[in-house]
Design a binder for this molecule. Sequence first.
Ligand SMILES: Cc1ncc(COP(=O)(O)O)c(C=O)c1O
Length: 380
Amino acid sequence: MNHLDFASLKLFITGPTFIRDQVKQAALLPEFGHRDTENAKRFGPIMANLKALAGLPVDTDYQVVIYNGSGSTAMESSIRSLAADNDLVLNVSVGAFGDLYHKMAVVNGKQARQLSFEPGRAVDLDLLEKTMRQANPQVVTITHNETSTGVTNDIAAACRLIRAHNALPLVDGVSIFGGAPSLISESRPAMYCTSTQKSLGLPAGFGIAFVGPDAVAKAEKVKFRGHSSDILAQLGRSAKTQTLTTPNCTLANQMRVQLDHIVHGEGVQNRFDRHLKMRDMVHAWVETLDGFELFAQAGRRSPTLTAVRCPGGMSVQDLKALKEAMRAQGYLFDPGYGKLNDALAAQGKAVLFRIGHMGDITPDMLEEYLDILKHALQAR
Ligand SMILES: Cc1ncc(COP(=O)(O)O)c(C=O)c1O
């Protein structure tokens, strides 16, 4: 394989992210048949450990579904299975990924309306309450952690509010699950969606959903849920500890090993604490930089990624040049969410870069990265 000129970069983007050697080696474990008894040896522990990581009790009424695909696959399945044709879907958005949930509702022919907040701000619960009263939606989507801006919403309070208005909350937890409490027990979403390639420290390839009991009753009333997007078909297989469609066996082996490490090796609370520590390290580092500021609203800053506002004179092109300077030193730097930076630049506002500090990145790795990035910023 020496002829392949792949660069070995340390990823500090917001997913995919750094993969530990043990997880890489787990890709060499034996392939298996997904309708054979070997399958349950992988997916039995995977599903149990996902529930433990989600903070759900052993006798939880939430079920776990593993989709071939990614976070979007789980999110689109929630829309196709839980929004009926005559329902109104309210898509609450604090950035690009809230907008993505809205797009999924629209392109699947649902009646959808969006409630948007300014980039960098979290959901304003008073405004959400007012909109719930006025619009009376049956289904509401909301992002737990907005990857384009580094904002974490108060998901438990938002879901309680949505429930108080008799609507079903659907949560996108793609960029936070595995790095912070999912708060599923407290929030009671009808469905909580996530994926493998971010805070779980795995390659991309599976969408993951925690499906609540009322999702089942609702899906039974929704026509044309598709095939692989049908949560009832998915739940049927999940009850047998299986996937509906042929799983990526390599990823299943890696996930079996990685979740065991997370739950029984590192420990769930230690993992969450490590993410908070890294968030605080990045915040302290930004304070040492002249002219740079944290972008997200104070009090709602993400434990898994940070968006940093650059000084006025810095451009998107400068960030792209910085990305190449960091690549030359062996790191993949994140020059900000493209569409957001283009929009900010067009409005004459300061652009952003992001630091992913999720998954299996350690405080030592982060410290080294921040040091090198600081030098690169000062050398411009
Ligand atoms: C918050 C959020 N939601 C959804 C997605 C889409 O997930 P995927 O790329 O796994 O389909 C992403 C991807 O970055 C994300 O960050």
